[in-house]
Design a protein around this ligand. Structure first.
Ligand code: UDP
Length: 417
């Protein structure tokens, strides 16, 4: 198949760990590469966010990234990108010319708008089947972030509209299907395909990074409040009280748009909190870490904590499991599917530092339990979450979209699919 992906803010080529660069970037990059390995031709369209970017980059065999001019050629926060989606769609349609792809797959609601716009231009003569992965839903974000949600107002009606108009939706976890249903979307057209993990890269075998304390708790991710890193810091005094006083909390990610760690208000907030709680000497904020270093950092940890308020999927727990490290996970969103309570990690209620501390205490005190959960995590990651498997499931959704959509039915001569 010829597959177009649209990922407006999340380039598969971007560095990870900044405010808007995380799981979606990994997802689009790894899924595209895995689909290309299956023989498909994949083009990812993303917004040009720096002047020096070349128009086209060959990211791998049969896998190309195209930087489309849409809005200013600099970083623009993703919640401010809506006005440029028309330009993005026009750039994509221009690149297709009279040879549209077999499917177009939008990532995030705004890319979904661009995908629908490019796929169904009245004067084009073609109608390309549209597959949509939301990655995150405005309804969930609003529920948890309230007034802090910086999404544009239009998301309230445009996002469900994308859901209704897309030929097929790929949800990344079962929880998302309930949310889609609540948004009034026909779940008959929803497939579930999770995110995956690069198993040749994230594995339990290999060197571990050095650590400064006897035991290490690890937190990885973009430093935004909803990731709940403050909750992990708040768990530290409880752990100390329970006698775990040679434990380090190593925090990877952060640095904001500029990448400068101490200019990041969230970093300052977390350091201030650690100070106020008297645990600053146990907390290391490492900032953004290159992907190449991540497996060694995972292996250096006794436990990884993922304590978000909500989580559309969460690739970090999968990476931890693939590296053989048990995960303490808030029982929300995708984490309920990936982390199996008492089998590959321990579930805790959301927003509960005392529960995080209790779970960590159980793990830190019991090397055998850690090893058992870690081994089961490797097994689960290997059997269920390889990108090859995810790509095969995604391909099935594409086939359903192609079969179900009246693709080419309104085509003009010479412009049919
Ligand atoms: N990540 C990284 N370096 C960092 C911070 C994060 O490589 O400094 C990676 C992390 O390993 C994971 C991704 O960014 O692959 C975060 O994905 P996740 O789904 O957990 O969170 P999201 O950012 O999508 O909310």
């Amino acid at each position: 198949m010829r597959i177009s992906m649209i990922s407006e803010h999340a380039s598969p080529l971007a560095a990870l760990g900044g405010v808007d660069a995380g799981g979606q970037n990994v997802h689009v990059a790894a899924l595209s590469a895995a689909l290309a390995r299956r023989g498909h031709h994949v083009t990812v369209y993303t917004r040009r966010d720096a002047t020096e970017l070349p128009a086209r980059v060959q990211a791998g065999p049969r896998f190309e990234v195209v930087h489309v001019d849409a809005g200013p050629a600099r970083h623009v926060p993703k919640d401010e990108l809506l006005p440029y989606m028309g330009e993005l769609a026009a750039g994509v349609a221009r690149d297709w010319g009279h040879r549209p792809p077999d499917v177009v797959h939008g990532h995030f609601w705004m890319s979904g708008l661009a995908a629908l716009d490019a796929a169904r231009r009245p004067d084009s003569g073609y109608r390309v089947p549209v597959i949509q992965t939301f990655h995150a839903l405005g309804t969930v974000k609003r529920r948890h972030q309230g007034a802090e949600d910086t999404s544009p107002e239009e998301r309230r009606w445009l996002e469900p509209g994308v859901g209704r108009s897309a030929d097929r939706i790929i949800a990344t976890c079962s929880d998302e299907v309930f949310e889609l249903k609540a948004m009034g979307i026909d779940t008959g057209k929803v497939s579930i395909a999770p995110c995956g993990v690069d198993l040749s890269f994230f594995s339990a075998d290999g060197p571990a990074a050095a650590r400064t304390r006897r035991q290490r708790i690890l937190s990885v991710g973009r430093l935004v409040p909803r990731k709940g890193v403050d909750l992990v810091i708040r768990a530290l005094p409880y752990l100390r009280e329970a006698g775990f006083d040679d434990v380090e909390l190593f925090i990877v990610g952060g640095g904001g748009d500029s990448g400068a760690l101490h200019a990041d208000p969230e970093v300052r907030r977390l350091l201030g909190l650690a100070d106020a709680l008297g645990v600053a000497d146990s907390v290391t904020l490492q900032g953004q870490v290159a992907r190449t270093e991540m497996p060694g950092i995972f292996r250096s940890a006794d436990a990884v904590v993922c304590a978000p308020w909500y989580e559309p999927f969460g690739i970090v727990p999968l990476e931890a499991m693939a590296c053989g490290v048990p995960v303490v996970a808030a029982a929300v969103g995708g984490l309920q599917d990936t982390v199996v309570d008492q089998a590959t990690g321990l579930h805790v209620p959301p927003r509960d530092p005392a529960a995080i501390a209790s779970a960590l205490a159980v793990l830190l005190a019991d090397p055998e339990l850690r090893s058992r959960l870690g081994t089961a995590g490797v097994q689960r990651a290997r059997t269920r979450y390889s990108w090859d498997r995810v790509a095969a499931e995604t391909e099935k959704a594409y086939q359903l979209a192609v079969a179900g959509a009246p693709a080419g039915a309104i085509s003009m001569e010479g412009a049919a699919l």
